[in-house]
Design a protein around this ligand. Structure first.
Ligand code: NAD
Ligand code: MG
Length: 392
């Protein structure tokens, strides 16, 4: 029986993973080792009971009493806090879903690789902040990382049976997010609610706002570079408002292999869950005749500077990805809290990147988990300082 852990099971990716695990037989088909969540302990306990998990972990110590109470009599162990998350990742599982949002997802996924798990990686922050470390850890322990981000799953699928040396370019698509047609003057006044309405995908609030600012796509460009090992100049972004084509791989003979599917994350999650085989999935089938047409256009970097920043980060290398991610997370916190405007997020990230790189040579710094987590903390302090003093 395959053993499975899901980190971030109460989130948007987590719920979809839970849905697929149930549809594929639940506790009859899988031995569920660990499930983790945040403050939503009632939902976490319900999922842990249904799947007969061995342990349920809330990220927050203060939530432990409520989790214990919700699990009373179930036989599921309750635990809390970052150390408990790592401990849960130390319980070996064959397949581990990494679906915590933000840099908090890095350490548990990293730890699971040590035990040779197949890591289904939704947490793109892991690759942006520590890509080379993560891949080296996987190689060291004979573990495998499977992409879960829809674009990267699409690229992965379009590469089946091909040689990487035949790849000329990788094109990832972007819906353009909630504000894709807004003029610059209006973007300055976009509210949290405006930025939280994704046209095609139902996702967590943070990634939805990152889609509107194109920071999500910027993160995905870096993720593409790290995961597939291609040169930054080989990666292109194409705005495709319908979100039906998720990515394309261009080969040196001029062929483009596209991956199409309905915008439903259960496709990419289900592919990773059943890989290397395919299993029937409960996703809508595309009726291309009914759709009639699909449209594409170039991204507008004047309105959305995130993509330019991603290229600078890739050029710098080293710890620049960790700084970029932490600055972006702090900017997003500031925007959600109503402390900075929509366009100030990119301005803040750019300023923080420039201040941090003048303090130390980010590109040359040794990449270790400690260094990544250390600079993550430092960067957030600098970013919050700029917000607090109104300099952004
Ligand atoms: P979400 O906000 O819906 O869920 C996040 C999960 O992480 C929840 O279970 C929450 O309890 C947990 N969590 C939050 N803060 C935590 C902390 N500090 N420590 C431990 N756990 C914590 O997020 P989501 O939209 O499901 O996204 C999860 C990850 O997947 C992100 O990295 C995101 O970029 C990536 N992703 C999401 C989608 C999508 O469709 N939602 C698509 C592609 C990639
Ligand atoms: Mg994506």
């Amino acid at each position: 029986m395959r053993s499975v852990s899901v980190f971030g099971v109460t989130g948007s990716i987590g719920e979809s993973t839970y849905d697929l695990l149930l549809r594929q037989g639940g506790s009859e088909a899988f031995r569920i080792v660990a499930l983790s969540g945040g403050r939503n302990v009632a939902r976490l306990a319900e999922m842990a009971r249904t799947l007969r998990a061995e342990v349920a972990v809330t990220a927050f110590d203060t939530c432990l009493p409520a989790l214990r109470e919700a699990l009373a009599g179930s036989g599921v162990k309750a635990a809390a806090g970052p150390a408990a998350l790592l401990e849960a990742a130390d319980h070996p599982a064959d397949w581990v879903m990494s679906a915590i949002v933000g840099a908090a997802g890095l350490a548990p996924g990293f730890r699971a690789l040590r035990h040779g798990a197949t890591l289904a990686l939704a947490n793109k922050e892991s690759l942006v902040t520590a890509g080379p470390l993560l891949l080296a850890e996987a190689a060291r322990h004979g573990a495998r990382i499977l992409p879960v981000d829809s674009e990267h799953s699409a690229v992965f699928q379009a590469l089946v049976g091909e040689e990487m040396s035949a790849v000329e370019r990788i094109i990832i698509t972007a819906s353009g997010g909630a504000l894709r047609d807004w003029p610059l003057e209006r973007l300055a006044h976009a509210t949290v609610s405006d930025a939280s309405q994704h046209p095609n995908w139902a996702m967590g609030q943070r990634i939805t706002i990152d889609s509107a600012s194109l920071f999500n796509k910027a993160m995905e460009v870096i993720e593409t570079r790290e995961f597939f090992g291609v040169d930054p100049v080989q990666i292109e972004v194409l705005v495709h408002p319908e979100s039906m084509v998720h990515a394309l791989v261009g080969y040196k003979d001029g062929a483009l292999m596209a991956h199409l599917g309905a915008p439903d994350m259960r496709h990419a999650i289900g592919y990773a869950l059943n890989w290397p085989r395919r299993a029937p999935l409960p996703v809508a089938r595309l009726d291309l005749a009914k759709l009639g047409q699909l449209t594409f256009r170039a991204p507008d970097e004047a309105r959305f500077p995130a993509l330019r920043l991603a290229r600078e980060v890739m050029e710098a290398g080293g710890l620049a990805g960790a700084v970029f991610n932490a600055a972006k997370e702090a900017a997003l916190d500031g925007f959600i809290a109503g402390r900075i405007g929509f366009l100030r997020m990119a301005a803040l990230v750019e300023e923080v990147l420039s201040q941090m790189s003048s303090r130390q040579r980010l590109g040359n710094a040794a990449l270790s988990l400690d260094n990544v987590l250390g600079i993550d903390g430092e960067t957030r302090v600098v970013a919050r300082g700029l917000i607090d003093t109104g300099r952004i």
